[in-house]
Design a protein around this ligand. Sequence first.
Ligand SMILES: Cc1cc2nc3c(=O)[nH]c(=O)nc-3n(C[C@H](O)[C@H](O)[C@H](O)COP(=O)(O)O)c2cc1C
Length: 438
Amino acid sequence: MTAGQMKLGAFLMAGGHHIAAWRHPDAVADAGVDIDHFIGLTRIAEAAKFDMIFIEDAAAIRERNVNIASQAARSTMFEPLSLLAALAVNTSHIGLVATASTTYNEPYGLARAFASIDHLSGGRAGWNLVTSASELEAENFVSSGLRPHAQRYERAEEFAQAATALWDSVDTGAYVANGSAFAEPSRLHPVNHQGMHFTVKGLLDSPRSPQGRPLMVQAGASDAGKNLAARTADVVFTAAQTIGEAQAYYADLKGRMPAFGRDPDDLKILPGVSPIVARTESEARAKYDALQELIPDEVGVALLASYLSLKDLAQYPLEGPLPEMPQTDGIQSRQQLIIDLGRRENLSIRQLARHFAGARGHWQLIGTPAQIADELEERFCGRAADGFNVMGAHFPGALEDFIALVIPELRRRGLFREEYEGRTLRENLGIKIPTRTA
Ligand SMILES: Cc1cc2nc3c(=O)[nH]c(=O)nc-3n(C[C@H](O)[C@H](O)[C@H](O)COP(=O)(O)O)c2cc1C
């Protein structure tokens, strides 16, 4: 019986999600490009029966200012699909989800790459579809810079449609190789897509993958983003601070699905959470405080500024409130989340920057295993989440702590699996294999 159990992702990131994780005493120096580090983390998560690991991406370094980059350790990372291929052959059950952009790729290449990962992992691949809001990323591809939000989503809608058609273009078992024919022509469905942004003609060079199609993941928070997710996504990540915000997002997104002919249960919403856990509350608080002590102010402020899409936040007094600012073409929802948090808790720029440096606006929990399990259970049972994308503050320690302390507590409450239900990511998430669209 899995209906009453939460789904868990392990959101991996080089040394950890905390901006100062690289200064933690147990940090792996070259974590972003250390394959043993990533294989180790993925195997730890698999042994604990996590549904998936998740790899984020932007095809760019994350800091323009070299002095800040030298203090932030966000600038080295494997290209995500290459990393998934390596993880696939070193694991057997855990789902493997990587981020790729619809703004800087073409449907054929990306659909092909994810189909390959799904075949070589035995049905465990997932694509986190993003439209890429980063200006630094835009500068690597387009001379005119970041494209407007609406234009990015228009392209993303068409991209998803073309990729889906490609994944459906060759039926499972179409290649019979029975002596007289290699393929059965009736089971081949060449794509003929001619749209505003792409032309795609012909077949993908592999049959439908073990999951039918790779899992579709998204994190849209704008109106356009939520509509794309309601129409195409199997899993959605989100950032929410309060249970009220999380419930409103959950109800809004699932409420959009029937209009696209979809059952709300066919989409799992996993908000991010960064848990710092220890056997006592004061020990957990001390762990958090020790990490916070490692953040240089200028790095914290630069990270906050990048999510606000502001170039010059450092010119304002650190002890004062956030300045008024225009809506951005970047991540509008995260900008709003930061503004709301600053107002709600009356935080100065420095306080907000330090708060944000731990989990980039995601939900931060500090406490004992029972306290953390209580909070997760409340959101899971309160229709604010179908599970969580767990963001270890530093690796491997914070992931190991969560597994050693919180997972047994969740299991004791019947809230998390003891064993994988199946071999594919869709089976474990309880999401049906999609039927081919005609
Ligand atoms: C957990 C999580 C992970 C994300 N990972 C990425 C990423 O790797 N790359 C990226 O460009 N955007 C990433 N985003 C941003 C989303 O793709 C999206 O742009 C953002 O949530 C704002 O939604 P909107 O684009 O609909 O305004 C992530 C968002 C969340 C909540």
